[in-house]
Design a protein around this ligand. Structure first.
Ligand code: PGA
Length: 253
């Protein structure tokens, strides 16, 4: 049985004081949630304050990115060692916005995943196709390349600390979502790719989140699918009310 993993990716939103207020509200509203693993991913500058506020809470802290070196002359970058010390448990790697605007490729994604694991951070590897790739029926090829290259050299034990987020790029921030059934088909294929790379047991255990315009009104249908194990939520994680409703997807109002 895979425990659901719901993560909020705040992207470049909320100042430190806004992040603190928000976390305060979220923490009290979500204090009774047990069956879902919850993660919030603020900006780098807010991590330290938010981390202090999450002490004793079941909400975990994640970063949105990291660099592929432990330290050194890499102006403007943040190392996994720093994230670990500050209290991060998760790190999003290879988000499509990083790939699109900051030229991240599967090779750097792979190096980041390996270094994150070395410092006991759990990577959430993002994969997904663009609109034109989707229209040209290239989804499977794209996802397969991103996974095989992104996870090259990762063994079974390491894989137990990696989650995948399938995020069709055409669905991110657009209000469009893959239908639950279509998303689930891709999730099944992702599981098969991981099973073929490692083994069936590892494929079965890997948590695969869906991302791309996840909202309170579509989360239930997504989570009902057999191979959707959670969500990576952008826009709807910025409001306490909608994030609470997403995390409580299985509770009736
Ligand atoms: P969205 O973003 O929920 O705003 O579509 C998802 C993501 O980019 O992780």
């Amino acid at each position: 049985m895979r425990k659901s993993l719901i993560a909020g990716n705040w992207k470049m939103n909320k100042t430190v004081s806004e992040a603190v207020d928000f976390t305060n509200n979220l923490k009290s509203a979500l204090r009774d949630v047990q069956d879902v693993e919850m993660v919030i991913c603020p900006t780098f500058v807010a991590l330290s304050e938010v981390s202090k506020m999450l002490e004793g809470s079941s909400i975990k802290l994640g970063a949105q990115n990291m660099y592929m070196q432990k330290n050194g002359a890499y102006t403007g970058e943040i190392s996994p060692l720093m994230l670990k010390e500050i209290g991060c448990r998760y790190v999003i790697i290879g988000h499509s916005e990083r790939r699109q605007y900051f030229r991240e490729d599967n090779k750097s994604v792979n190096a980041k995943i390996k270094l994150a694991l070395k410092y006991q951070l759990r990577p959430i590897l993002c994969v997904g196709e663009t609109l034109s790739e989707y229209q040209n029926n290239q989804t499977i090829d794209v996802v397969k390349t991103e996974i095989t290259e992104g996870l090259a050299g990762i063994d079974n034990e390491q894989m137990s600390n990696v989650a995948i987020a399938y995020e069709p790029i055409w669905a991110i921030g657009t209000g469009k979502t893959a239908t639950p059934n279509d998303a689930n088909k891709v999730h099944k294929i992702i599981r098969k790719i991981i099973s073929d790379m490692l083994d069936a047991k590892t494929g079965e255990k890997t948590r695969i989140q869906y991302g791309g315009s996840v909202k309170p009104d579509n989360i239930n249908a997504l989570m009902e699918e057999s191979d959707i194990d959670g969500a990576l939520v952008g826009g709807a994680s910025l409001s306490v009310e909608s994030f609470i409703r997403i995390v409580n997807y299985d509770k009736k109002d």
